[in-house]
Design a protein around this ligand. Structure first.
Ligand SMILES: O=C[C@H](O)[C@H](O)[C@H](O)COP(=O)(O)O
Length: 235
């Protein structure tokens, strides 16, 4: 869970720094992935020291870790508000002159649908990342979570939009990755993405796509772990 590539020490610094933002009496969204896991562990330590919060996990994986470290859990429909969400990313646009500054690609762990639900609901959404995630332009494949019956037609629609879709295969079993919601994932290679906002709109309009991994205008800040500290990008 914590060694998915990138700089583990930098991920830890980012995660632990973001966890310091969690305040007593709040509701916190817990992201998924190796970087968010460091934040969850640090929040668990704070809970053990007396911090009182409720948290909403964004995946089976983050739920399991939160339970292991003793964080009280709740659900999105049981709360009035989410104060803070802390989540990782696969790519983050880091160019203050670009309109896409702070736009993300997420879903490397196939958790992006529930992540977007919780991250978008939060009053403040903090991304945690190591420097390898920063980019001038998004160019990783964009994951689409699709209903199983929709995978062929959704792939066709993604091709019309200029993408090359690949059904994500499971690493440790024969067959595809199945998401926490029982769906499949199409990883769509669009090359360098000129306008993430336009592509996000077009992908959202494909029938059978539950959610795509472009997060446009959602992040409030990115905490970037470095060799000796944390740099904060605010949007
Ligand atoms: O579906 C997974 C998530 O979007 C992760 O937050 C993302 O893949 C980043 O994960 P990591 O921190 O392990 O690089």
């Amino acid at each position: 869970m914590k060694t998915a590539g990138g700089d583990a020490a930098a991920k830890r610094r980012a995660g632990e720094r973001a966890a310091e933002e969690v305040e007593d009496g709040t509701v916190v969204g817990l992201g998924t992935g190796s970087t968010a896991a460091y934040a969850i562990e640090a929040i668990g330590d704070a809970v053990a020291d007396g911090l009182e919060i409720r948290a909403i996990p964004t995946s089976f994986q983050s739920r399991q870790l939160a339970l292991e470290v003793g964080i009280p859990l709740t659900t999105l429909d049981a709360v009035d508000r989410v104060d803070l969400a802390i989540d990782g990313a696969d790519q983050v646009v880091d160019d203050p002159d670009a309109t896409a500054h702070g736009t993300l690609i997420k879903g490397g762990g196939a958790a992006h649908s529930r992540e977007k639900l919780v991250d978008a609901a939060a009053d403040r959404f903090v991304v945690v990342a190591d420097p390898s995630k920063l980019t001038a332009r998004l160019d990783r494949s964009v994951p689409l979570e699709v209903l199983p019956d929709a995978r062929t037609v959704a792939a066709d629609r993604a091709r019309v939009l200029g993408g090359e879709p690949t059904l994500r295969a499971a690493e440790r079993k024969d067959g595809p990755v199945v998401t926490d919601n029982g769906n499949l994932v199409l990883d769509c290679d669009f090359g360098a993405i000129e306008s993430p906002a336009d592509l996000a709109r077009d992908l959202s309009a494909i029938p059978g796509v539950l959610e795509h991994g472009l997060f446009v205008g959602l992040a409030d800040a990115t905490y970037v772990g470095t060799d000796d500290g944390v740099e904060i990008r605010a949007y």
